[in-house]
Design a protein around this ligand. Structure first.
Ligand code: PLP
Length: 429
């Protein structure tokens, strides 16, 4: 594969951009090699600057549920741009998208639009703290909620230990209010609540995790978590930045039959433009300025181009609920193909899938939390990634991520992927 132009661009990029990229995982650090510079995307495919074509399973890390550059989003954007790019004043589009979100996600009664998933989770926590008058939050090890300081915390030696920062630049005092629980382990949450009685404002969770690879919360665990939060007057924040409008029209909440007090969104909600949102119970959302005292603002929040793309995506979902059956069919076909390959070569790996999100973990053991996920052999994944890339399949350049299937993936794409998977697995295992 000729990647000369990408290599040249990367050399130039690292002179001016830290690590050559604007978000770390893009740099291929955990799989080795130089990143490809992408020129365009169409449907299920992306094309790099050297003209190589790939079947894409990243979909810009989640937003492109309809594949790249779908005609109805492009049309909405072209239409919107005729009227100008930003006003910093209310628009009708914002009312339309807010109303539509409350229709699609029943637990959301009011919503505030922001510019990224990070902004959504950060603001949801502030709302929960303002509403409860309490400071501490619980997050689960291995869940990612963006890069706000108080989320970049690793657990100490035991579940009851206060958090310690994972990243330089996060102060001890920032970390001190973040408590870490074990995913799918209700006792770990109960212990934290007991040790921090009446001090916890919120529990935040990816109920279907994408960020340690795909791991689903057990039914019993998520229902018990809901009950615990009710009993202890703790705000339950379900982070749907990745799963919202992806695993079902109403996200993980619809799939798992549980309602959040606050939900956070990103990715699909912006139709490929930089958008996030947080929303939930009216009583909590009315704490947000100017309705209430909790400050939250943004120069470009509710931007008309971003809202047009998001609205086009969400309207499409509302009008075509059958897409989730189609995504399930395609993704189940891919899963079956990979499992058959493993059988053929007589190897055992763990494949977790929820709808159109899946992860092939390079471990034989069941993956149900952070500790079991990190048993995967990320080095072999790196080799597997490159073997797939050589065969025209672009997977996430890191083991602990999800592959995303889109409605644009054809049977031919999936068959080509399954064949590449067979050859790549034979090579690396
Ligand atoms: C579950 C979850 N929450 C929050 C974020 C942060 O979103 P953003 O990258 O838009 O800031 C991500 C990003 O991948 C995510 O997957």
């Amino acid at each position: 594969m000729n990647i000369e132009k990408s290599k040249k661009l990367f050399k130039e990029a690292i002179k001016y951009i830290p690590g050559g990229v604007n978000s770390p995982v893009r740099a291929f650090k955990s799989v080795g090699g130089d990143p490809l510079f992408i020129k365009k995307g169409s449907g299920s495919k992306i094309y790099d600057v050297d003209g190589n074509e790939f079947i894409d399973y990243i979909g810009s890390w989640g937003p492109h549920i309809f594949g790249h550059n779908p005609s109805f989003i492009k049309a909405a954007l072209l239409n919107a741009i005729e009227n100008g790019t930003s006003f910093g004043a209310p628009t009708e589009l914002e009312v339309k998208i807010a109303k539509l979100i409350t229709e699609l996600v029943p637990s959301v009664e009011m919503v505030r639009m922001v510019n990224s998933g990070t902004e959504a989770t950060m603001s949801a926590v502030r709302a929960a703290r303002g509403y409860t008058g309490k400071d501490k939050i619980v997050k689960f090890e291995g869940c990612y909620h963006g890069h706000a300081d108080f989320f970049l915390i690793k657990a100490g030696s035991g579940a009851l230990t206060l958090g310690i920062p994972t990243s330089p630049g996060v102060t001890k005092s920032n970390a001190a209010d973040t408590l870490i629980a074990d995913f799918n382990n209700i006792e770990s949450v109960k212990n934290l609540i007991k040790a921090n009685k009446n001090e916890i404002a919120a529990v935040i969770i990816e109920a279907i995790v994408g960020n340690m690879g795909v791991v689903k919360a057990d039914d019993k665990f998520i229902k018990e978590l809901r009950t615990l939060c009710d009993e202890e007057k703790i705000v339950l924040i379900i982070d749907e930045v990745m799963t919202g409008f992806r695993v079902a029209k109403g996200g993980t909440q619809e799939l798992l039959g549980v309602n959040a007090d606050l939900s956070t969104f990103g990715k699909i909600i912006g139709g490929g433009l930089p958008v996030g949102a947080f929303g939930g119970r009216k009583e909590i959302m009315e704490m947000i300025a100017p309705a209430g005292p909790v400050y939250q603002a943004g120069t470009l929040s509710g931007n008309p181009l971003a809202m047009s793309a998001g609205l086009a995506a969400l309207n499409y979902i509302k009008d075509n609920p059958d897409i989730y059956n189609k995504l399930e069919e395609k993704s189940a076909y891919l899963e079956a193909g990979i499992k058959e390959n493993l059988k053929q070569i007589n190897k055992k790996l763990t494949l977790n899938r929820v709808g159109s999100m899946l992860t092939l973990f390079f471990t034989k053991e069941e993956v149900k939390d952070f500790n079991s996920a990190v048993k995967s052999d990320a080095k072999i994944y790196g080799k597997y990634f490159h073997e797939m890339l050589k065969r025209g399949v672009y997977l996430p350049p890191a083991q602990f991520e999800a592959f995303f299937v889109s409605t644009a993936h054809s049977k031919e794409d999936l068959d080509k992927t399954i064949k590449a998977n067979y050859e790549a697995l034979r090579k690396v295992l």
